[in-house]
Design a protein around this ligand. Structure first.
Ligand code: 9MG
Length: 273
């Protein structure tokens, strides 16, 4: 069971988290900037297509991205969260900033998706003070430099040690286990070979005992493996998602919700049969 505020997910099937980036430079949305009604329309479409959660992000985390000010990030995400959450939709906010977490929760978000795994001072306390869920993601370095000089002896071991430590910190702060999701952070301080090893051995992360989220949708590893540009990575992204589900992933973060949901329906029917 995953508790996201008033929303409770039994996790008897894989959830799809639809990506709603409201950043001007989101590479994976092909540079489209979902502002105002376009963002709402896009959220509505993802929900019609079967998304379980809408993940709203107002600061780009792509490699080399410049930081966004707190004020700007709040202006981008809060009005949108208010409108979408008011319809009873589970909303996650993709942010590293405690002040944005706090405002997002006040606006109705019931999940915090933090690529820094609540390492910012005050972040643990904000999440612990509410009944929201949190996705703790592994990232080596910072978005601005994370793809430079990346080395690991054993990427899976490093990711596991980090996630275990962050989950323990979250629990020690008072965040109950039913509100914690772990994510190996594909592409965050990882080269293609690291992402492939992580995916191949994802069941070792699943074995830590928390629901695992995976986000490989449209990422550069899919581009490197297929030779496709960002807008043409749907098939490759779905193959990666199914490989993750086969190893126990419970949440797939995806841009192409309709195609991902269809693939998961077929996958599930085969498994259950
Ligand atoms: C914000 N964001 C971009 N990629 C991501 C991923 O792989 N996982 C999570 N949790 N968030 C991500």
């Amino acid at each position: 069971m995953l508790t996201c505020g008033a929303h409770r997910f039994p996790l008897d099937r894989t959830l799809v988290m639809g990506v709603l980036n409201v950043t001007p430079d989101s590479f994976s949305d092909g540079g489209r900037y979902f502002a105002g009604t376009a963002a709402l329309d896009h959220a509505r479409k993802m929900l019609d297509d079967g998304a379980d959660i809408i993940d709203i992000g107002g600061e780009s985390t792509r490699p080399g991205a410049a930081p966004t000010s707190e004020r700007e990030e709040l202006a981008r995400v809060v009005p949108l969260i208010e409108k979408i959450a008011a319809r009873g939709v589970p909303v996650s906010v993709d942010t590293r900033k405690p002040a944005v977490m706090q405002a997002a929760i006040a606006a109705g978000a019931t999940m915090i998706n933090d690529v820094c795994a609540l390492r910012a001072p005050g972040a643990l306390e904000v999440v612990a003070g509410h009944s929201v869920a949190v996705c703790l993601m592994h990232m080596k370095g910072e978005p601005a430099t994370m793809q430079q000089n990346v080395t690991y002896t054993d990427v899976v071991a490093d990711v596991k040690i980090f996630l275990v430590e962050r989950a323990a910190a979250a629990e020690a702060a008072g965040i109950t286990r039913d509100r914690i999701v772990l994510d190996p952070g594909f592409g965050f301080g990882k080269k293609v070979e690291h992402n492939l090893v992580l995916l191949r051995r994802l069941s070792e992360i699943v074995a830590l005992g928390f629901p695992v989220a995976v986000g490989m949708s449209r990422k550069s590893t899919i581009g490197a493996l297929t030779g496709r540009e960002v807008g043409e990575r749907v098939a490759g992204s779905i193959a990666a998602a199914l490989a993750a589900v086969a190893r126990g992933a419970k949440i797939i973060r995806a841009h192409d919700v309709r195609e991902t949901v269809d693939a998961l329906k077929v996958w599930r029917a085969v498994q259950e049969g």
